[in-house]
Design a protein. Sequence first.
Length: 141
Amino acid sequence: MTENNDNTSSVEKDCCQDESEKNVSIQQAQAVIPPQALDISTQSNGSGITLTFSVECFSGPFVISKTNGDRERYVNIRNTGECSIDIFSADAAGNPIAGSTQRVPRGATLTSYISAAAANQVLFRCRQGTNPCTVSLTICC
């Protein structure tokens, strides 16, 4: 896998390095869905857990995951809603970490996002629009 400083990397067939790393449960994955989510679907596959949820564009930012300083990887972040979104890493107070923001335009897919070192959480924010912002992402093991 090739990683760049901009948090993107090439997609592997499987998120996990080996079978022993496949320890993400649907319950753990569902715990990261924003409480304001309108529609939710969860699917388990060999590459991790895929979540799809919608939120109102004018709300947020929304916490995707509490990382507590661990690096987390998300793949195939699809923005199928009506507004562009930003994915970013933040400190415990919710302040974005410099250089961690990735914009995902409406209708686009971000191949991979890796949380910034020492981040306490990963969040997303809807950029504009009044219709629901719909996001689908896979949480790697």
